[in-house]
Design a protein around this ligand. Structure first.
Ligand code: SAM
Length: 289
């Protein structure tokens, strides 16, 4: 079969052949380890009928492996210099589409309908550029695409915050935003030695199993997320004090009532408050809003 891209020798060879130099500003850290690739791909639970959206293929380390397991791979890469390299490497693979674009700007809904019309499930799999991990994931989740799961390599601390339960210091508005849309699971921690060049941070692979429905139903999602954000504004303050800045001084009684009706002691901190409790608080504050 084809030569593996994700080895130190082959990667250096491709970079050298094309005179490619890394752009740190684009979060370019390429994978050179088969073992990690295997873990990422098996976590995605692909079938022969799966379509995969890959974000940031680089020189195709992960793309190559995904193409062996999926019906169709569409890889969106922002760096124009990588497009001819990828086109050459995947020239004989009709089921791999290389798309030049910025994932934050692209119409993902249209991409999915154009690329994956004959696929039974759609997955997002990526070794993400770390400088925009959160905006990429929140965009994909908020747009509510019909995805089976999202398996991504991200910064370890961000993975821990996304998967955190109430009670610890990792738990915050990001945990709630992610857990509203999916069930996160840590797949594996990843040492920085598996990349060229090596990133300055620790990495982890996380799987987000997309929920068919949120775990709580709220009267107004925008309001719910505003309340959550406000509750975590100052981590050392109580939920009462944080939300008092949000609702305004004239509404202090209503705020106390809302917290008590949700069964939440006003002296608690937001980091102990569950998503279910936040839903009750937000809905109580939404009344005669
Ligand atoms: N998938 C490759 C691998 O694992 O070796 C490369 C991963 S590297 C961490 C991230 C890739 O995302 C780079 O190729 C970078 O150019 C690309 N990238 C950065 N920002 C992007 C954006 N906004 N949209 C699409 N791709 C982007």
């Amino acid at each position: 079969s084809q030569q593996e891209i994700a080895t130190p020798t082959r990667t250096q060879q491709i970079l050298k052949k094309h005179g490619f130099t890394f752009k740190k500003s684009l979060g370019q850290n390429f994978l050179i380890d088969q073992n990690i690739l295997n873990k990422i791909v098996s976590a995605a639970q692909l079938t022969e009928q799966s379509g995969v959206l890959e974000i940031g293929p680089g020189i195709g380390a992960l793309t190559q492996r995904l193409a062996e397991h999926a019906r169709k791979v569409a890889a969106v890469e922002i760096d124009q210099r990588l497009i001819p390299i990828l086109s050459e490497l995947f020239a004989d693979q009709d089921h791999v589409a290389i798309i030049h674009g910025d994932i934050l700007q692209i119409d993902v809904k249209q991409l999915i309908s154009e690329q994956f019309a004959d696929c039974a499930s759609v997955h997002v799999v990526a070794n993400l550029p770390y400088y925009i991990t959160t905006p990429i994931l929140l965009k994909l989740l908020e747009e509510r695409h019909d995805l089976s799961n999202i398996v991504v390599m991200i910064q370890k601390e961000v993975a821990e915050r996304m998967a955190a339960d109430p009670g610890g210091k990792e738990y915050g508005s990001l945990s709630i935003a992610v857990q509203y849309y999916c069930e996160p699971e840590l797949v594996t921690l990843v040492p920085h030695t598996v990349f060229i060049p090596r990133p300055n941070v620790d990495s982890a692979v996380i799987r987000l199993k997309v929920r068919s429905e949120p775990p709580v139903s709220v009267k107004d999602e925008v309001h719910f997320f505003r309340v959550v954000k406000a509750a975590f504004a100052h981590r050392r303050k109580t939920i009462y004090n944080n939300l008092a800045s949000f609702t305004g001084k004239q509404n202090k009684e209503r705020l106390t009532e809302a917290l008590l009706s949700a069964g939440v002691d006003p002296s608690r901190r937001a980091e102990t408050v569950s998503i279910e409790e936040f839903a009750l608080i937000a809905d109580a504050l939404y009344e005669n809003h």
